[in-house]
Design a protein around this ligand. Structure first.
Ligand code: CMC
Length: 430
């Protein structure tokens, strides 16, 4: 809270009130409007929460104008270059970078929970083989609440941390199991001698009949993508987790709701949509035609992987991923024509008045799919990759919310339906 106040006056009634200004450690000053309904009798209208902060948080900072992203104060560029996903997970959960012994203990905790109840595989096998993996993820993660509900006490910090670590640990196991069910392959249990992303790749692609060596390049690339996707403050899925969490719901149910929110193409589903778009465009010569379509208000087509609610500058994650794309394709000895297509699309869009004026830049999802594809991850699993990484952000934000006095999330509305009218008997209606 700062000492500053903003005077709001209602010209019609002549009434005035002062509203306090809330200041964080960084970022825009924010007006505390809680006193508005009782002071002036007004609610506020902000569909899409374009101008509304719903909570105070110490986890992630974004300056969308300058293209800055920091986890717990650490710039994303430094974490991407020097950290690992597991260390970033510890940082997001606990607020500080771990000492070596704390990191080892955390790694062991996560390893300890990588397996899932055997019955969960039975549940997964109940899905039709071509079910979308995000639909399976939402269902299966939600079902974890059935295994951990009766004895779960949301007011116990130790139990909360245990639930958070369980989810981080189990998400890759469930994701790989969903994929293997789709492929008709036998399930592979987590190998805890492997590191986080190695373990996931092993569960995805190894066969019981053959030796499987995890590619170091692939594990490193995945680790980088997971760091970049780990948290992004109050985005749609995280806000969903917080909203569900504000009711005191089981944390596995909260995260399942987050998975559902992430699936939409305007959010995490964009990485899958980008690849579909690039495949549809097909050739560099067709890029101008699609740019024109994206600008046409009568055409629902949008340039997927472009634009962001908060970034009005290049998404810093996209800068890192674009550079990584070259490295990964080079190291794997691949030459993907989609990379040329994406580069041309970006080049033309960034020179176009429409995209310049609306400040539409490539976002995190624009290039990530090209790396996933190079690693052999199927397109339908792209958003699942995002969910594995974002689980860290969801549970960190959920833990923070549980530690802060929180009211149930309950937005208001502007009612625009019929005013009161009398019920008519069926025979008297036309
Ligand atoms: N292509 C063409 N026009 C666009 C695009 C786009 N990708 N994005 C925004 N616009 C236009 C939009 O038509 C609108 O124009 P006007 O002011 O004339 O009506 C203006 O830019 C503002 O767009 P908006 O939809 O009001 O902005 P928003 O902040 O509500 O939406 C967004 C942000 C990310 C949903 C949107 O940019 C979008 O749909 N992008 C494509 C999907 C995508 O890449 N999503 C991933 C987001 S980043 C990762 C994540 O969140 O998971």
């Amino acid at each position: 809270m700062s000492n500053k106040k903003v005077l709001i006056s209602d010209k019609a009634s002549g009434q005035q009130i002062e509203l306090p200004v809330v200041r964080g450690t960084e970022g825009e000053p924010t007006l505390d409007i809680k006193g508005l309904p009782s002071g002036l009798g007004y609610f506020t209208y902000d569909p899409g929460f374009a101008a509304t902060a719903a909570c105070t948080s110490q986890i992630t900072f974004i300056d969308g104008g300058k293209g800055i992203l920091r986890y717990r104060g650490y710039p994303i560029e430094q974490l991407a270059e020097r950290s690992t996903f597991v260390e970033v997970a510890y940082l997001l959960l606990n607020g500080e970078l771990p000492t070596e012994s704390k990191l080892n203990a955390f790694r062991d905790n996560v390893k300890y929970h990588t397996m899932v109840h055997e019955q969960l595989y039975t549940f997964i096998s109940g899905f039709h083989y071509d079910a979308h993996p995000m639909a399976m993820m939402a269902g299966v993660v939600g079902s974890l609440a059935a295994f951990y509900h009766e004895r779960f006490n949301v007011n116990d910090p130790e139990q909360r941390m245990l639930a958070a670590e369980r989810m981080i640990a189990k998400m890759p196991t469930i994701a790989a199991a969903c994929y293997r069910h789709h492929m008709g392959w036998p399930m592979v249990y987590p190998q805890n001698n492997l590191r986080f992303t190695e373990r996931f790749l092993h569960m995805m692609f190894s066969m019981p009949s053959e030796e499987y060596e995890v590619s170091e390049v692939a594990a490193r690339a995945l680790d980088l993508l997971f760091i970049l996707h780990a948290d992004h403050e109050q985005n749609a899925s995280t806000s969903t987790v917080r909203l569900v969490g504000s009711t005191g719901a089981n944390p596995y149910a909260c995260v399942a709701a987050g998975i559902s929110a992430l699936w939409g193409p305007a959010h995490g589903g964009a990485n899958e949509a980008v690849l579909a778009m690039l495949a549809e465009i097909g050739d560099v010569s067709k890029v101008p035609e699609y740019i024109e379509r994206a600008k046409d208000k009568n055409d629902p087509f949008r340039l997927m992987g472009f634009g962001h609610r908060v970034y009005k500058h290049y998404d810093p994650r996209a800068t890192i991923i674009r550079a990584a794309c070259y490295e990964v394709l080079d190291e794997l000895g691949q030459d993907d024509p989609m990379m040329d297509l994406a580069m041309e699309l970006e080049r033309i869009a960034l020179e176009d008045e429409y995209f310049i004026e609306k400040k539409l830049y490539p976002n995190v999802d624009f290039y990530s799919g090209i790396i996933y594809k190079a690693l052999g991850i199927p397109v339908s699993m792209f958003t699942v990759m995002f969910a594995i990484a974002r689980t860290v952000g969801w549970v960190s934000q959920w833990l923070e919310q549980c530690e802060t006095p929180t009211k149930i999330g309950r937005p208001r509305q502007v009612y625009a339906g019929p005013t009161e009218r009398r019920y008519r008997a069926l025979h008297r209606r036309q």
